[in-house]
Design a protein around this ligand. Structure first.
Ligand code: SF4
Ligand code: SF4
Length: 160
């Protein structure tokens, strides 16, 4: 699991400062993607839960489903966090990583459709630096077998 967590942390680092738009897109929507409640949360990548032990701004809760044979875990926050500590799913939003025969591809996450004002513009409407960082993160994640299976299963469930 150490190699998996390393891959997740590398992906997190790549997306630490990259943002979907050059400016603060949260101003467009009052940070709608951070306005979850006690029932919603951001899906954690494999091993990422270990980074939130004793966390002061949110907690890890089990989801009601499994991914690639493991119980899925969600991070439920209070709507604000130290930027450098936000989960990888928050850093990638509103993108998703898809696995194709040609390799990983970025697409808009269907879960962002009713939430994010950037959804209608699609991937090409996002800042190039964000797309590049996300593409690099996708290559790192899909090179790790555990993350790859996780993304495959997530892609399958999002496509159902
Ligand atoms: S919902 Fe979309 S536009 Fe709003 S803060 Fe989140 S990523 Fe940015
Ligand atoms: S952890 Fe931070 S970035 Fe993620 S939803 Fe909560 S407040 Fe938003």
């Amino acid at each position: 699991m150490n190699e998996t967590l390393n891959a997740v942390q590398e992906a997190r680092a790549l997306l630490e400062n990259a943002t979907p738009l050059k400016g603060d897109c949260g101003r467009l929507c009052r940070a709608a993607c951070c306005a979850g409640d006690e029932e919603t949360g951001m899906l954690l990548f494999p091993g990422e839960e270990t980074l939130y032990e004793g966390c002061g701004f949110g907690r890890v809760v089990p989801a009601r489903y499994s991914l690639s044979g493991r119980p899925a875990l969600l991070f439920v926050c209070r709507g604000a966090c130290p930027r450098q500590d936000r989960p990888l799913a928050c850093r990638l939003f509103p993108l998703r990583i898809r696995l194709t025969r040609q390799g990983p591809e970025l697409g808009m996450d269907p879960r962002s459709a009713g939430v994010c004002p950037l959804y209608p513009s699609g991937v090409s409407g996002l800042a190039p630096a964000f797309r590049d960082s996300a593409a690099q993160a996708a290559r790192i994640l899909t090179a790790d077998p555990v993350c790859r299976r996780f993304l495959q299963e997530l892609d399958r469930q999002l496509t159902l």
